[in-house]
Design a protein around this ligand. Structure first.
Ligand SMILES: *[C@@H]1O[C@H](CO)[C@@H](O)[C@H](O)[C@H]1NC(C)=O
Ligand SMILES: *[C@@H]1O[C@H](CO)[C@@H](O)[C@H](O)[C@H]1NC(C)=O
Ligand SMILES: *[C@@H]1O[C@H](CO)[C@@H](O)[C@H](O)[C@H]1NC(C)=O
Ligand SMILES: *[C@@H]1O[C@H](CO)[C@@H](O)[C@H](O)[C@H]1NC(C)=O
Ligand SMILES: *[C@@H]1O[C@H](CO)[C@@H](O)[C@H](O)[C@H]1NC(C)=O
Ligand SMILES: *[C@@H]1O[C@H](CO)[C@@H](O)[C@H](O)[C@H]1NC(C)=O
Ligand SMILES: *[C@@H]1O[C@H](CO)[C@@H](O)[C@H](O)[C@H]1NC(C)=O
Ligand SMILES: *[C@@H]1O[C@H](CO)[C@@H](O)[C@H](O)[C@H]1NC(C)=O
Ligand SMILES: *[C@@H]1O[C@H](CO)[C@@H](O)[C@H](O)[C@H]1NC(C)=O
Ligand SMILES: *[C@@H]1O[C@H](CO)[C@@H](O)[C@H](O)[C@H]1NC(C)=O
Length: 879
């Protein structure tokens, strides 16, 4: 494949060379590239006679092949799309044995980027559906697996030929299971200004309802495509008097100041003064970095059709200032229609949801002042403002509920509605009261602790997640065509073989998302499950299985299987059964939390688990195993649970835990009572004691994905070297790409600056330079490798360790994720482990050997979990 990036616009006939090798579901993060055993694809030259061992094709041999890419080019961009298929693999036979796992495979492709002219070009490189690639000898991991195009890398290419090697990994969930087993990817090259650019057109802002902005929070997504850092100095309303006849995107590369201007509106734009919320010290955008900048918008006049803002900035170290103009067409809608509201995600970035307030003519039978929230969670690949999402509940326009079509920040809901995505759902719900108080709303109020949850596909899975993790808030649930867990969706067969003790750790890291194991948590909640009988995307098996598990858990789920229907059809969310259920549940007057005589709580990760029946597990003894609480009346029995909080209104007086009677009357804090297992004896504890102790608690709990529970942007610390800076930038881009999460890059030992922030920290370290934040931490690194103290107190040393990643505590419930490398290359290996895709299963700590590059998980030297004292758990693999 050749990507011609010149302004001449010539179209080139193209080719590429590939091979085929097996890979498992979400395995690529661990390495598992057999060609690495032979020095890596980058070290190979095209040779039609060469063959490579592979478990998939005829003869067990993969070979080079030549394929044409389709290339489309214009003055400013080139797209090259590549479709790869194999005739020497019997996919159908493999599928009959291994199922969808068989049609997940990996391949490498090579092409060239050719830059004409005689000037260095600043370009961005889009890598749709690609996780890993090399440009010449520079490695990029993270790519753009879901084709978001949020944060592409910036390349400054000299005239000439640049080799580009693409690692292609087929993923059934991302590519579709029923389709031909081809890999279809797009590489896009786009010319950029070489200075500050808009990374997304326009302004992320709310709709205008009856002449007023629904919410004030706005955000502009910016990319520094230059070679020096940029400091944003202000965002001010701009006066634009030009008439634009062109529709967006109009890209103008002005010759003078090299500023790329994007405009998306016609007519005269105006806006009143605003407040620059951008904390100055935060808004530095490193060369090559993408981040969003938040600010408050005020609207004037009421009938404006668009607004314009002027972002002023300084190029650090040059004293040069410049500005970038951003405009946004305003969307005027009625208060009662689904409309965009904005709010701050706890990660510090502005996000949005679509809100449908209760209809004007809604006749709520009972005299409720506060109506419940009806959550509608979208499927994978959809934006919440897509009419397919917002119009799905039109047939029930008069429901007595506040309908929230949540986004989860991205079309894949961040991490499938888990840590990052679910925090967004909760932030959206919490935005309703401020919407009510700032709008001129006179209708019914909202009870933000009373949810009816619904969703389709990945949103159906999100519905299961919400119901199993927030049982005390869920009034009723409607999971439609949802999958039960990623492992059940596309089996983890065909990973490189690995010691079961290692795979069990990966599996345990996903405990909180294995809904089929968590059905006990749903007991007492009305559930209407629905699935199309002939769904060939998410098989009806998932819903049938969960309905059965619910029966085992003592819950009567109503299961509606719709004959002859596939994954999606018109009115799927408003079948007669669902309509009846919505109406019944919006007027369900049950008190929450429910007081159940007997129930169980199953906990995979206390960090993302709410209460049930007022009982909240706050710590597990070994977070590598499920914890369980059985409650019958006032008698509580626990397994693998270390601390529990008992909340009002049911828990006062006395409780018998594991045969021991505890007196709650004497406790100082009557609101929440915390009990803790200390040397096999349960003791009542002041909840504040736990929070003040150095023990692992709250947002620190969970596996590596806990780093996503940051409050505020993530700080990325890195050594002051070219390679470490490249990796830090890559980490920053990955956070932006997959979660639209902002981060700050800090080189060298600028420790004080990150200590004054509220967010989590990712620290890159090489050689002996990594030190833990607490003395006596079980993981130590030195120039001779990594050593780990296991749960028996035994030190294991790994001199062959190349890279490692582990969580360690910071104050205020924060976390630091250390990425350590024996050298630059080892650090690159460790940096792959940053959470991006769900289902990878990174636990709390991982130590990698060189062999992981080709053997994947089995090349991991040690991995596992930390307990509440930050000590290695028995469930860990350390040997
Ligand atoms: C390349 O793809 C992007 C995204 O689909 C599109 O916006 C752009 O116009 C395409 N460019 C060309 C030259 O086809
Ligand atoms: C080589 O590539 C072509 C084009 O993609 C494909 O049709 C063919 O099956 C491939 N050959 C083998 C042996 O897989
Ligand atoms: C660069 O190319 C342009 C036209 O393509 C030519 O006019 C100019 O002289 C060249 N400059 C150099 C330094 O070669
Ligand atoms: C890639 O290598 C070629 C040939 O050595 C060189 O001309 C080109 O500048 C390199 N590109 C990059 C991005 O390093
Ligand atoms: C944007 O701000 C710059 C610097 O203050 C100013 O020179 C420029 O005129 C402004 N542009 C608009 C359209 O307001
Ligand atoms: C924009 O227009 C307003 C009112 O018309 C005026 O007060 C303000 O000074 C103008 N701002 C700029 C940057 O021209
Ligand atoms: C922006 O608006 C929000 C919500 O009204 C408010 O809490 C915040 O203080 C405002 N920020 C600034 C800098 O005015
Ligand atoms: C806004 O309203 C004013 C006064 O009612 C009117 O003169 C103006 O044309 C309107 N502008 C737009 C863009 O509709
Ligand atoms: C409320 O109005 C909507 C549309 O305006 C209509 O579809 C619905 O039937 C009405 N409901 C009631 C209870 O009148
Ligand atoms: C569950 O279903 C059984 C059998 O249909 C019925 O007897 C029972 O009352 C139901 N329980 C609940 C809580 O709805």
């Amino acid at each position: 494949m050749q990507l011609r990036s010149t302004s001449r616009g010539t179209r080139e006939s193209t080719h590429t060379e590939v091979d085929v090798v097996a890979i498992g579901t979400r395995e690529a993060t661990w390495g598992a590239d057999p060609l690495e055993f032979e020095g890596g694809f980058r070290s190979l030259e095209y040779d039609p006679k060469a063959s490579f061992r592979s478990s998939l094709p005829t003869d067990g041999a993969a070979r080079w092949n030549v394929t044409s890419a389709k290339t489309f080019d214009s003055t400013h961009s080139v797209n090259s799309s590549l479709s790869i298929g194999y005739s020497n693999v019997d996919w159908d036979f493999l599928k009959s044995i291994y199922g969808w796992a068989a049609v997940q495979y990996q391949a490498w492709a090579r092409g060239e980027l050719i830059v004409g002219g005689n000037e260095t070009q600043a370009v961005i490189l889009h890598t749709d559906a690609i996780l890993e690639f090399w440009v010449n000898n520079t490695h990029y991991f993270g790519g753009d697996f879901y084709s978001y195009r949020n944060a592409p890398p910036v390349l400054h290419l000299d005239p000439g030929r640049h080799r580009i090697d693409l690692r292609l990994a087929r993923d059934v969930r991302a590519f579709g299971g029923i389709l031909e087993p081809t890999i279809d990817v797009v590489v896009g090259v786009e010319k950029v200004s070489g200075s500050l650019d808009l990374a997304k057109p326009g302004i992320l802002m709310s709709d205008v309802i009856d002449g007023y902005l629904a919410t004030p929070q706005g955000s502009i997504s910016l990319r520094n495509s230059g070679t020096r850092d940029i400091e944003i100095t202000g965002i001010h309303p701009a006066n634009v008097s030009t008439n634009f006849s062109t529709v967006f995107p109009l890209l103008r590369l002005s010759t003078g100041d090299q500023m790329l201007v994007a405009r998306d509106a016609e007519g005269i734009m105006s806006a009143e003064s605003m407040h620059d919320t951008a904390d100055k010290s935060n808004v530095r955008i490193a060369a090559g970095q993408t981040r969003s900048v938040a600010f408050n918008i005020t609207l004037s006049p009421k009938n404006a059709s668009s607004i314009a803002y002027n972002v002023t900035y300084e190029i650090v170290g040059t004293g040069k200032t410049s500005s970038l103009e951003v405009t946004q067409t305003l969307n005027h809608v009625s208060t009662y229609h689904p409309h965009k509201i904005t709010y701050l995600h706890p990660g510090g970035t502005v996000s949005y949801a679509m809100l449908r307030p209760p209809a004007k003519n809604a006749t709520c039978k009972h005299k409720q002042n506060k109506l419940p929230v009806l959550l509608a969670l979208h499927g994978a690949g959809l934006e919440a403002d897509d009419p397919m999402v917002t119009e799905a509940l039109d047939p029930v326009s008069d429901l007595c509920a506040w309908v929230v079509f949540a986004t989860g920040v991205t079309p894949w809901s961040g991490d499938d509605w888990h840590n990052w995505g679910f925090a967004d759902v909760e932030a959206a719900i919490d935005a309703i009261p401020s919407w009510i108080s700032s709008s001129r709303w006179l209708g019914p109020g909202v009870d933000t602790n009373r949810w009816i949850v619904s969703g389709h596909s990945n949103g159906g899975q999100g519905t299961w997640y919400t119901t199993t993790h927030r049982p005390d808030k869920v009034l009723a649930a409607i999971p439609v065509s949802g999958y039960s867990s990623i492992q059940k969706y596309v089996p983890y067969e065909l990973w490189q073989p690995a010691d079961p003790r290692r795979t069990s750790v990966i599996s345990a890291a996903l405990n909180s998302y294995r809904h089929e194991m968590l059905m006990d948590n749903i007991r007492g909640i009305p559930i209407q499950v629905q699935h199309g009988e002939i769904d060939d995307n998410v098989p009806a098996y998932h819903s049938r299985l969960l309905a059965l598990q619910l029966q085992f858990a003592g819950t009567n789920a109503s299961y509606n299987e719709v004959p002859n229907q596939n994954h999606w059809w018109d009115d799927i969310m408003t079948t007669p059964e669902l309509i009846e259920f919505y109406h019944k549940q919006v007027s369900n007057m049950e008190k929450l939390p429910r007081e159940l005589e007997e129930f169980d709580i199953v906990v995979g990760d206390p960090g993302d688990m709410g209460s049930k029946g007022g009982v909240k597990v706050t710590q597990l003894e070994d977070p590598g195993n499920y914890g369980r609480v059985h409650v019958r009346g006032r008698t509580v029995k626990t397994s693998n649970v270390l601390s529990i909080e008992f909340g009002p209104p049911f828990w006062k007086d006395t409780v018998v835990i594991d045969g021991q009677t505890l007196d709650f009357t004497a406790a100082t804090n009557k609101e929440r009572l915390s009990v803790h297992l200390s040397r096999n004896v349960w003791i009542v504890q002041d909840t504040t004691t736990l929070e003040e102790s150095h023990g692992r608690h709250g947002r620190q709990l969970g596996s590596m994905t806990a780093i996503l529970r940051t409050h505020g942007p993530v700080t990325i610390h890195h050594p002051d070297s070219a390679n470490a800076s490249h990796l830090a930038l890559q980490v920053s881009r990955n956070l932006q790409q997959y979660f639209r999460a902002n981060s700050m890059l800090l080189a060298g030992n600028a420790k004080t600056r990150s200590d004054s922030t509220t967010g989590n920290v990712i620290r890159l370290a090489i050689g002996a330079a990594a030190s833990s934040t607490t003395a006596d931490f079980p993981i130590k690194v030195s120039s001779s490798g990594v050593s780990i103290r296991d749960y028996r107190g035994r030190e294991q040393s790994y001199s062959e360790a190349r890279g490692a990643a582990w969580l360690q505590p910071l104050d205020s419930e924060r976390l630091e994720l250390v990425l350590w490398g024996a050298d630059d290359e080892g650090l690159g290996q460790a940096a792959r482990l940053i959470p991006m895709l769900t289902g990878v299963g990174q636990p709390d700590f991982v130590v990698l050997s060189e062999k992981a590059k080709w053997k994947g998980l089995d090349g991991v030297l040690a991995l596992g979990f930390f307990d509440s004292e930050w000590q290695v758990t028995p469930s860990s693999f350390v040997s």
